[in-house]
Design a protein around this ligand. Structure first.
Ligand code: NAP
Length: 322
């Protein structure tokens, strides 16, 4: 808040001392104001120092969803994507660069990969890495983790830091905010200098500030667990969608939950779902187990049915023989 110079404590003190010339000028009065100004200056400086310049690569559905919160927290945003999102970017307070060279020449602190899983390698290889600062933090938000971890490790120069993350929510599930929602991350390669550690922490703080539940785990552990949870959820949602379920006046609560599941999962692109399958080695096994479980369940139902039918058949043939 700007203070009127004439009402500031330092000025009043000085005026008072001019009237009382018998008393020596108390220079302390000026000094007394300094902590006051200094405090706001220091807090302003700390605040601006905590802000990052973040380049979002892949500015589709999810890139824009994240940008909204990054921008609200005051970070500087630049973006690049295959399609032209200049208007969407400027509405979010971001600068859009069609040419990846121009984007990299802006020297972002963080490059955040938010492309589809399927296009990640191609997009990463199309970036002119040499135009970035030698120390840049690369992060990703892909919904599988071992694949981008290996990709980033094998593609990026040794000087770049790597943070693999998966915010486990999206525009649908986080429409009421990010509070309490899980954010999984692995610090794959973060340099030892204070500056690099702080840059990585400041990026993580974006999610902490929104109240996310921060979960540090290896990318391998993430993929094992998400095949059992996320891939299963998306698969069931997409199977149900093929049945074309519709809202009905006598729908039970359970049925409403199914309809919501269809909506939540099918609002994501098929590319995303396909990526969950193609780039998570645990997904194939889950699909086989799901298939097996369904076959077993059908077997149990039909076995019961056969028992009853057989019993009825024998009873009726016995009755006709009597
Ligand atoms: P998506 O279909 O997985 O990805 C769309 C993005 O990929 C767009 O930015 C698109 O660019 C880009 N893209 C697709 N094919 C491309 C190609 N051949 N070359 C260059 N760019 C290509 O949908 P999304 O929901 O936006 O997800 C983005 C990332 O976030 C994915 O890795 C996903 O796993 C992850 N994620 C999503 C959610 C979610 O709830 N949606 C949650 C957590 C993490 P253009 O639009 O410019 O064509």
């Amino acid at each position: 808040m700007a203070l009127c110079p004439y009402s500031s404590p330092s000025f009043l003190h000085l005026r008072h001392n001019r009237r009382n010339r018998s008393r020596p000028l108390v220079v302390r009065s000026l000094d007394a104001a300094q902590p006051f100004d200094l405090e706001s200056q220091v807090s302003e400086r700390l605040n601006s120092e905590s802000k990052l310049k973040i380049a979002i690569v892949g500015f589709g559905n999810y890139g824009q969803f994240l940008a909204r919160t990054f921008s609200a927290q005051g970070h500087t945003l630049i973006a690049h994507s295959r399609s032209d999102y200049s208007d969407a970017a400027s509405a979010l307070g971001a600068s859009f660069y069609r040419d990846p060279d121009d984007l990299c020449e802006q020297h972002p602190d963080v490059v955040l990969l938010s492309t589809s899983i399927l296009s990640a390698a191609q997009v990463l290889n199309s970036l002119p890495l040499g135009r970035l600062r030698r120390s840049t933090l690369f992060a990703d938000v892909l919904s599988v983790k071992e694949f981008p971890r290996n990709l980033l490790l094998s593609t990026l120069p040794q000087d770049f830091d790597i943070l693999c993350t998966h915010p486990m929510f999206g525009p649908e599930s986080a429409r009421h905010g990010w509070s309490g929602l899980p954010f999984v991350f692995e610090k794959v390669r973060i340099g030892e200098s204070e500056e690099r550690i702080s840059r990585c922490n400041r990026f993580l703080e974006i999610f902490e500030k929104e109240g996310c539940r921060m979960v540090e785990m290896t990318c391998a552990e993430h993929d094992f667990k998400t095949a059992e949870s996320q891939f299963l959820t998306h698969t069931i949602g997409r199977i149900l969608a093929r049945l074309g379920p519709e809202d009905m006046d006598i729908g039970t609560k359970g049925y409403q939950t199914l309809l919501e599941l269809v909506q939540n999962t099918c609002n994501d692109s098929f590319d995303l779902y396909n990526g969950l399958f193609m780039y998570n080695k645990n997904a194939t096994e889950l699909l086989e187990r799901l298939d097996f479980a369904f076959t077993e369940l059908k077997k149990e139902l039909f076995a019961n049915l056969h028992d009853i039918l057989r019993k009825q058949l024998f009873e009726s043939s016995q009755q006709s023989n009597e």
